[in-house]
Ligand binder design. Structure first.
Ligand SMILES: *[C@@H]1O[C@H](CO)[C@@H](O)[C@H](O)[C@H]1NC(C)=O
Ligand SMILES: *[C@@H]1O[C@H](CO)[C@@H](O)[C@H](O)[C@H]1NC(C)=O
Ligand SMILES: *[C@@H]1O[C@H](CO)[C@@H](O)[C@H](O)[C@H]1NC(C)=O
Ligand SMILES: *[C@@H]1O[C@H](CO)[C@@H](O)[C@H](O)[C@H]1NC(C)=O
Ligand SMILES: *[C@@H]1O[C@H](CO)[C@@H](O)[C@H](O)[C@H]1NC(C)=O
Ligand SMILES: *[C@@H]1O[C@H](CO)[C@@H](O)[C@H](O)[C@H]1NC(C)=O
Ligand SMILES: *[C@@H]1O[C@H](CO)[C@@H](O)[C@H](O)[C@H]1NC(C)=O
Ligand SMILES: *[C@@H]1O[C@H](CO)[C@@H](O)[C@H](O)[C@H]1NC(C)=O
Ligand SMILES: *[C@@H]1O[C@H](CO)[C@@H](O)[C@H](O)[C@H]1NC(C)=O
Ligand SMILES: *[C@@H]1O[C@H](CO)[C@@H](O)[C@H](O)[C@H]1NC(C)=O
Ligand SMILES: *[C@@H]1O[C@H](CO)[C@@H](O)[C@H](O)[C@H]1NC(C)=O
Length: 864
């Protein structure tokens, strides 16, 4: 028997008290010797839930409800489809100790847990979470639980979706007084990009949209202000959604009632439910309200406002005018695959993803290219909206059930024929906030522009001079291009003096070699295009970089790359065999690297053991030599600007070769530093001064090299691969302001904070372990460390940390790096703490960043 509560506790417990009082028992368990009769109830130990028999629709049902809510709120029903029609049913544990049974007076089994467990000491207990579990007494061994068999309500902690090979759907009651299963259910559709549908039988009524990082695509407005924590898991074996309430004094439930889903909240002291969220919330939430290829939005009026997507027109103009939009819209101009473009819808609820394809490993830019390359792709978007967006979803066929919100949702891109792309929608500045800032600070900006123009003029002048030195090369020639040395020399492609052969391939040869750029031959995607494997007649294997027509790389940059790479000959640089130009189509032909890029090995457990420490050390040294050659030994000073694991290729002997010089810049003579307002590169590898101010120098490459080293050692990414262009335009605007006006340090601090979010992982970990004297723990677990290696590992970590120091002046030159790696006996300086990457505390941030800012600015403004 439960002890009476002390008197002063009575008021809050009043309700519990009464419910306890009104029944003869107050227990929360059923054992083999104590079953539950029709007149009894179980009450969870904290008094939150009650399990018992309740009447509905002339029958009785076994169910669970909230103890304290005055209007009985049933959250679970055991026998919803086999009601009790007598008064003496009983819930027992079966005599063979394996199941819970609901038996009628005539010993008919109306409901059972239908499992085959053999328990020694079975106990069925009602928990305060609302979960009713069957388990072995005093162990964690739960063999059955009501949470695995939801009815119409999802309680906190309950998983809805697909788990252990079973769907766990929410199925509505048939009526307000009839718990039997209705046709309406909230169920997961696993195909494509999984998403929850509200179905009437098999017909979709509404669509919750796929999970895009921290919310479902359909509910961008649900601002999680800390009341709930959502959890969504999706992998090969299971996909489910569950949620938790963070505040213990709040109760919440999600219930499917006919064609609606509602989330209610109530505080535990009160007794009424508040509606927190409902779906559908308006007519645009009705599945396919506007038909296919149309956009639904409600912000102009209360009736759904259907408009065909730009470039589409109503299938039937007459029906459309009568608001019968079910036939949807059709294209005005058919896609022709080669010259298509994209239009952006911002704040979109993603269209039906049943037939979509997801790839979480690539970013938006690659996603766009992938979609562009595949003629059947009709749209794309990020699959995850967190941290600025990542992952890729692509659609095929009609776009169904697309709607637009006013805020909070993501961008969706759909494909139209090139002629349909409105000029204004190609580049949209997402950050209006910054525009405002720019307008407000217009005057200052003007001043800085003058400064920039001055710089730009100077640079252009230099470029022109350089180009003249190099002789202009015309690629527009219409002459047949299948030839080697002599002709190439004639066209200026062969370098003077050096006997370098650069082949110019006819496009059809490349096309044949790559099996018409078959997807099966695709090796990967770089910043400016896609790389395919090919085989020339005669069996030579090649890698073809097919430059994206929509990339920012112009003819000029292309020439730059061709000439540069042709002149660079080093064992640690990938060799350019030739190129191909046909109209708009431009391609580079490289030697093929058997073992692909470094990132395809070191970041994957299954492959990473191919590279033992000895190999990794050789790779690190090889890369260092390659970069040294670029920086100092080649004829020109070349800064790679995009050193990263995916740009390091491995040949059949695992020798590293640096690739992708598309954004390298040439520096004649003694020029050491440059300033750019278009920062190109990859987050995670960008030095602070490059990302913040667009200042790059050989020391920026040294920084990237440092990150590379730490990644090779640890086998972990400093950051997921992510393309940064959009935000960087912004960065550079602000940095322009900065260079001249130091006092905007707060704006800058925000950017630094963001930047930190993305870039700090391995640097921070390495620094922390180094500081604690445990640096060896950084080593990839797939590498066995032994005393022979330790010296080399420590040395590499130290070199890595020296390379990622904040101040360029502190970082070593590549020549020093190569020395440090080759002579393990020389002593090294202690690396300094990477301040940029470790200061998260706002007050520290203020002081340290402002001091560094002025340092950097001096280096920038200082005229060269
Ligand atoms: C479960 O274990 C507890 C503690 O050992 C004991 O008091 C209780 O009687 C057991 N119940 C059953 C059904 O065995
Ligand atoms: C159940 O009752 C039987 C016989 O009365 C007794 O032997 C057994 O110990 C009881 N079991 C529990 C768990 O109380
Ligand atoms: C009660 O249910 C049993 C089995 O479902 C059925 O055989 C019986 O006829 C029902 N009795 C009444 C009064 O409905
Ligand atoms: C235990 O009994 C129930 C019904 O009495 C039966 O369905 C189940 O198969 C039995 N389980 C085992 C393991 O014998
Ligand atoms: C479903 O909605 C109806 C009408 O709003 C209401 O009367 C009924 O109680 C609801 N049922 C459940 C299970 O919440
Ligand atoms: C969260 O939002 C709910 C509903 O708008 C509101 O009642 C509650 O006070 C908010 N909580 C916090 C911590 O802001
Ligand atoms: C999926 O299940 C298989 C077999 O049970 C298991 O080996 C694998 O690790 C699981 N995968 C995930 C992502 O949980
Ligand atoms: C709950 O709702 C009922 C009826 O709407 C009302 O009479 C009662 O005061 C409410 N209780 C609380 C605690 O808000
Ligand atoms: C595609 O359209 C563009 C411009 O409308 C045209 O130049 C091109 O020839 C077309 N290509 C095909 C394959 O029809
Ligand atoms: C998905 O593909 C199937 C089969 O082609 C088609 O019937 C269905 O309409 C498509 N669904 C969507 C939403 O496009
Ligand atoms: C285009 O995409 C569809 C759907 O993702 C896929 O089935 C098809 O194989 C792709 N085609 C090519 C040529 O890549």
């Amino acid at each position: 028997m439960k002890k009476w509560p002390p008197l002063r506790l009575l008021p809050p417990l009043l309700l519990t008290f009464f419910s306890l009082f009104s029944f003869s028992t107050c227990r929360d368990t059923i054992t083999i010797n104590s079953s539950l009769s029709a007149q009894e109830t179980l009450v969870s130990s904290g008094g939150v839930f009650t399990l018992g028999f309740f009447p509905a629709n002339k029958y009785k049902y076994l169910g669970i409800w909230y103890t304290k809510i005055s209007k009985q709120t049933i959250v679970w029903v055991a026998n919803r489809d086999s009601p009790i029609n007598d008064t003496s049913s009983v819930l027992t544990i079966s005599s063979n100790r394996s199941n819970l049974l609901l038996q009628s007076s005539s010993n008919n089994v109306l409901w059972s847990t239908s499992i085959s467990a053999n328990l020694v000491n079975p106990v069925a207990q009602l928990l305060d979470s609302g979960n009713f579990v069957l388990m072995e007494n005093n162990t964690d061994k739960i063999v059955w639980q009501s949470f695995d068999h939801p009815t119409d309500t999802a309680l906190p902690g309950m998983k809805v979706g697909f788990i252990s090979g079973q769907y766990r759907n929410l199925v509505s009651w048939s009526g307000s007084d009839d718990p039997s299963s209705s046709n309406y259910k909230f169920s997961l559709r696993l195909s494509g990009f999984p998403e929850f549908f509200l179905l009437d039988g098999l017909k979709p009524v509404g669509r919750n949209g796929p999970w895009v990082g921290d919310h479902f695509s359909t509910e961008p407005a649900v601002v999680n202000n800390g009341t709930f924590t959502s959890e969504y898991v999706s992998n090969d074996n299971e996909t489910y959604y569950t949620y938790y309430v963070n505040n213990p004094s709040i109760m919440s439930r999600v219930v499917v009632n006919q064609s609606t889903i509602k989330r209610y909240v109530a505080d535990t002291s009160g007794s009424n439910w508040t509606l927190y969220w409902t779906f559908p919330s308006d007519q645009c939430d009705n599945y396919g309200q506007c038909g296919s290829n149309a956009l639904c939005n409600t912000y102009t009026s209360t009736v759904p406002d259907c408009t065909c997507l730009t470039g589409f027109q109503p299938e039937s103009e007459k029906d459309w005018k009568l608001r019968d939009t079910s036939a949807g819209c059709i294209r005005q101009v058919e896609l022709n695959c080669t010259s298509d473009g994209f239009i952006t819808i911002n704040n979109a609820k993603l269209p039906d993803t049943t037939n979509a394809t997801v790839d979480t490993t690539i970013g938006l830019e690659e996603c766009r290219n992938r979609c562009l390359m595949n003629c059947s792709c009709t749209g794309y978007a990020n699959s995850d909206t967190l941290n600025g967006g990542s992952g890729c979803v692509t659609w095929v066929g009609d776009l169904v059930d697309l709607r637009q919100f006013t805020r909070g949702a993501q961008d969706f891109y759909y494909r139209v024929a090139g002629s349909q792309v409105p000029v204004t929608s190609t580049k949209k500045n997402r950050n209006t906030g910054i525009i405002v800032t720019c307008v407000v600070l217009g005057l200052l900006f003007l001043a800085s522009t003058v400064y920039l123009i001055h710089k730009k003029l100077r640079k252009n002048h230099e470029n022109v001079a350089y180009m003249q030195r190099q002789r202009q090369i015309s690629f527009e020639s219409e002459r047949p291009l299948a030839l080697v040395r002599d002709k190439a020399r004639e066209e200026g492609l062969s370098t003077d003096g050096n006997d370098i052969v650069l082949r110019v391939f006819h496009a059809s040869v490349i096309s044949a070699a790559t099996n018409n750029f078959a997807l099966a031959n695709k090796l990967g995607e770089g910043g400016f295009g896609t790389v395919f494997k090919g085989e020339l007649e005669g069996g030579q294997q090649i890698a073809v970089k097919r430059l994206s027509k929509f990339s920012t790389q112009g003819l000029g940059e292309f020439k730059n790359e061709v000439i540069l790479i042709a002149k660079l000959q080093h064992v640690n640089l990938v060799r350019l065999l030739g190129c191909s130009i046909e109209g708009e189509e431009r391609m580079l032909v490289y030697e093929y690297m058997e073992n692909k890029s470094l990132d395809t090995i070191i970041f994957y457990k299954a492959r990473s053991s191919q590279l033992n420490w000895h190999k990794r050390f050789e790779i690190i040294k090889g890369i260092a030599r390659g970069v040294l050659y670029l920086h100092e030994d080649s004829r020109f000073r070349i800064i790679h600007r995009d050193l990263k694991t995916s740009n390091v290729l491995l040949d059949d002997n695992m020798n590293p070769k640096i690739s992708d010089f598309g954004i390298a810049r040439i520096f004649g003579g003694d020029e050491k530093k440059s300033h750019t307002n278009r920062v190109v590169g990859t987050y995670g590898y960008m030095s602070p001064e490059y990302a913040m101010d667009g200042v790059f120098s050989v020391k920026s490459d040294v920084f990237s090299f440092g990150v590379l080293v730490l990644e090779i050692i640890s086998g972990k990414k400093n950051r997921g691969i992510f393309s940064v262009e959009p935000s960087l335009n912004l960065l550079s605007y602000v940095s322009v302001l900065f260079n001249i006006h130091l006092f905007f340090s707060t704006i800058k601090a925000n950017f630094i904070t963001n930047y930190l979010e993305y870039n700090s992982k391995i640097i921070l970990q390495a620094w922390t372990l180094w500081k604690e004297g445990k640096a060896l723990e950084l080593l990839d677990s797939s590498i066995s460390s032994n005393s022979n290696n330790n010296l080399q590992v420590m040395r590499c970590i130290q070199v890595g940390l020296l390379c990622v120091q904040d101040r360029q002046e502190d970082r070593p030159h590549m020549s020093e790096v190569v020395l440090m790696l080759n002579s393990l006996n020389t002593s090294l300086t202690e690396p300094k703490q990477p301040v940029y990457f470790s200061v998260r505390d706002a007050s520290n941030m203020e002081s340290s960043s402002s001091c560094t800012v002025s340092d950097m600015t001096v280096t920038v403004i200082e005229p060269r």
